[in-house]
Design a protein around this ligand. Structure first.
Ligand code: HEM
Length: 460
């Protein structure tokens, strides 16, 4: 519960200008700026972006209050009557909705992602992975952009698990449509000076055209599924069959469109970037890479991995967890106070906007030894950070990632599957993080794929 004496002090970030506040520094490099402010000024900060005042909290106790203890007092920032940011693309799906709508959808969708369904999904993931890396055999020794490759791979995984083969011929167009629409949405949220969406600018027109393409595709697919009796046993079938256990009602076509696009969008860019960063970290830490390859080789003996193998691959899982710590794909979470309240004893007015700095939490020296070092060993033997809410790659509380089991299988499974055949080596000097929808490597990462000399027995 909120306490009256605060162990935190709220610091106003210095240096804002009267009209724009801190907008120019923030807009130029949001993540670096928030990280630098936190290191310089502390765990509870206040700053301004144009007319908006924001808070930046970077302490596990503040995160726990916001996401868990006071979860019902903090909502998402999107207003379904005036969509901005991601809501422009995803509508009122799980990521962007709040209140009763979100509660009902979460009740309906959560069972679809239950741990018990992961074995079947893992087989599809492995199948897609094998097909995709079979094409790498033709790459020769030329470096590839591994961030792009991981994006394509996870896009194919989510397409196959969600829509079976129905999307196969549209995948490149879909990837383009998502890239254009998410960039538009992300820019709209962080640029209060943008031109309104109704103006016929080239950018607005392009946005509308890719949205029409995605809507047409999904509504077409829904109509086809409702017409035919065929079973696909994929996420879309599960969404169509899902019923609210309290009321027995399913989702309308508009709701299904929003949720399908939400799961599709939320379910691949995050994992793709996590994998890209993991290959980068392994390539720059030869000892960890050798240990990873040794484990994969010993456990799989050349087989394609399945969900049961993961329990015998603790180092591979630790590598993935450590990569999510250093480069969390969602480096900042945002909430709005639904009522006047206090967090960590700090008063917040109704409507207050709060960022929780996940990236900062993950590197907080009070809760991690050697916070900036890549040390997968810290996750072995069930060890956990000293504060439970210091590690939040999947968020926390009722709004934590609904795809956490999916991602926790997909990440290590694809690492093992690729690591068993290839040794990935860095082919560029500098790799910089960039916060753009997710935390991605700016411009990608060029790597060479050296085939490994191990017996390969495909079981898929
Ligand atoms: C490494 C991979 C992933 C990471 C790091 C990640 C991270 C997150 C985080 C931090 C949130 C909470 C957002 C908030 O509190 O504002 C979230 C929510 C969500 N994620 Fe993930 N995610 C990943 C993979 C996935 C996958 C594979 C799916 C689906 C297949 C998925 C679907 C969702 C959905 C639908 C939500 C909204 C949940 C709600 O608000 O009820 N995510 N994710």
């Amino acid at each position: 519960m909120p306490s009256s004496v605060s162990p935190f002090s709220l610091i106003d970030v210095p240096g804002g200008t009267p009209l724009l506040g801190h907008l120019s520094a923030f807009k130029h490099a949001p993540l670096e700026t928030m990280s630098a402010w936190w290191r310089r000024h502390g765990d509870a900060l206040r700053f301004r972006l144009g007319p908006k005042t924001l808070h930046l909290f970077s302490h596990p106790d503040l995160a726990e209050e916001l996401f868990v203890q006071q979860a019902d007092r903090f909502m998402k920032v999107y207003d379904p009557r005036r969509p901005t940011g991601l809501a422009l693309v995803l509508g009122n799906g799980l990521v962007t909705s709040s209140g009763e709508v979100w509660k009902r959808h979460r009740r309906i969708i959560q069972p679809i992602f239950h741990r018990s369904r992961m074995a079947a999904m893992a087989d599809r993931m492995a199948q897609v992975g094998e097909q995709r890396i079979a094409a790498w055999g033709h790459c020769g020794r030329e470096p590839v952009n591994i961030a792009d490759e991981m994006m394509q791979l996870t896009l194919e995984v989510i397409s196959q698990t969600m829509f079976t083969t129905s999307m196969a011929q549209h995948i490149n167009q879909l990837r383009h449509a998502l890239r254009v629409s998410l960039k538009y949405a992300f820019d709209s949220l962080h640029n209060p000076l943008r031109l309104p969406a109704w103006m016929p600018t080239p950018r607005n027109r392009e946005f509308r055209s890719v949205m029409q393409f995605m809507d047409g595709l999904i509504y077409g697919l829904l109509a086809e599924r409702r017409r035919s009796e065929a079973k696909h046993d994929d996420l879309l079938d599960l969404l169509l069959q899902a019923r609210d256990e309290e009321t027995g009602a399913g989702l309308t076509d508009q709701e299904l469109r929003d949720e399908a696009l939400t799961i599709f969008a939320a379910g691949h860019g995050t994992t793709a970037n996590a994998l890209a960063w993991t290959w980068y970290l392994l390539a720059t830490h030869p000892e960890a890479k050798a240990r990873f390859h040794e484990e994969v080789e010993r456990v799989l003996q050349g087989r394609t991995p399945n969900v049961d193998d993961l329990q015998h691959l603790p180092y591979t899982r630790a590598v993935f967890e450590e990569s999510l710590r250093l480069y969390p794909p969602v480096p900042v979470l945002q909430r709005k106070a639904a009522t006047k309240t206090t967090v960590g004893g700090l008063p917040l007015p109704e409507g207050a906007l709060v960022f929780v700095g996940i990236y900062n939490l993950h590197r907080h020296p009070a809760f991690w030894t050697d916070p900036d070092r890549f040390l997968p060993e810290r996750w072995l033997n069930g060890e956990r950070p000293t504060a439970r809410y210091a590690y939040l790659p999947f968020g926390a509380g009722p709004r934590a990632c609904v795809g956490i089991h999916f991602a926790s299988v997909e990440g290590p499974l694809l690492l093992a599957l690729i690591g068993r055949r290839y040794d990935l080596q860095l082919a560029q000097e500098v790799v910089e993080p960039e916060f753009f929808v997710t935390l991605r490597p700016k411009g990608g990462i060029r790597m060479t794929l050296q085939p490994r000399r191990v017996p390969v027995v495909s079981s898929v």
